[in-house]
Design a protein around this ligand. Structure first.
Ligand SMILES: CC(C)(COP(=O)(O)OP(=O)(O)OC[C@H]1O[C@@H](n2cnc3c(N)ncnc32)[C@H](O)[C@@H]1OP(=O)(O)O)[C@@H](O)C(=O)NCCC(=O)NCCS
Length: 194
């Protein structure tokens, strides 16, 4: 009984803190939209003119950094656990994703062409990123420009993703390679395929 009471109190304090922090961050960054119900138990930093929208039920832990000048859309009921997202065009993360302390960059920042290295970035150096529902991006992973990751897939720890990843697979390594195929059972639980 006491445990239930202290749990409820803890939850109440957490919700209250989240509410205050959401209000604070919405005031501090005019380009940030936190829908009601976003849970904040960490810090948010925006740099540049990037626009960020985070939907209801998403939880933010540790320090999450959003930078650049594009648009970042984070779905509902995700967990952002200390990620860095650099966006010059568009980064879309669908609902129920787990995004750990990884890097997601839709740009190269500088030109590969030696004669244009110090010029402003050419359009070929920027390509939008899209991450499907229920994707898990592991710690230390890097997702590079132009990548689409299909729903339910898992990006392993330290993986560098340079090309599209289909739905329902596990990828690891550099460059990414598929090591597992996952399949939905009728109960909607994902199981590994041999
Ligand atoms: C991606 C992951 C979840 C897959 O786990 P799993 O399904 O149990 O995978 P397995 O351990 O069976 O590994 C499959 C193969 O990939 C290799 N592998 C797995 N993860 C790897 C990684 N991150 N880097 C390199 N190789 C890896 C395994 O050695 C194995 O190779 P083998 O078949 O030659 O023996 C796990 O490997 C991982 O990266 N975990 C860390 C996730 C994380 O970052 N969590 C913290 C933040 S949320």
């Amino acid at each position: 009984m006491q445990t239930t009471n202290s749990r409820s109190l803890h939850l109440l304090i957490q919700n209250l803190l989240s509410f205050v922090l959401s209000w604070y961050y919405n005031q501090r960054y005019r380009n940030l939209t936190l829908e009601p119900g976003v849970q904040i138990a960490g810090r948010i930093k925006l740099s540049g003119s990037v626009k960020v929208i985070i939907k209801s039920g998403t939880r933010l832990r540790k320090r999450n950094h959003f930078f650049g000048e594009g648009k970042i859309a984070i779905g509902s009921n995700c967990l952002l656990n200390g990620c860095s997202i650099g966006c010059y065009e568009q980064v879309e993360i669908a609902d129920r994703c787990l995004i750990s302390d990884c890097y997601i960059l839709d740009t190269d920042y500088h030109n590969v062409d030696p004669t244009a290295r110090h010029d402003s970035l050419s359009p070929s150096g920027v390509r939008p990123i899209s991450i499907g529902q229920n994707v898990w991006v592991g710690t230390g992973a890097r997702v590079l420009k132009g990548v689409n990751i299909g729903e339910n897939s898992v990006v392993g720890l330290g993986c560098i993703v340079r090309r599209n990843v289909p739905a329902n697979v596990v990828v690891i390594g550099n460059p990414e390679r598929i090591v597992k195929h996952l399949q939905l059972q009728r109960s909607n639980i994902l199981v590994e395929m041999p």
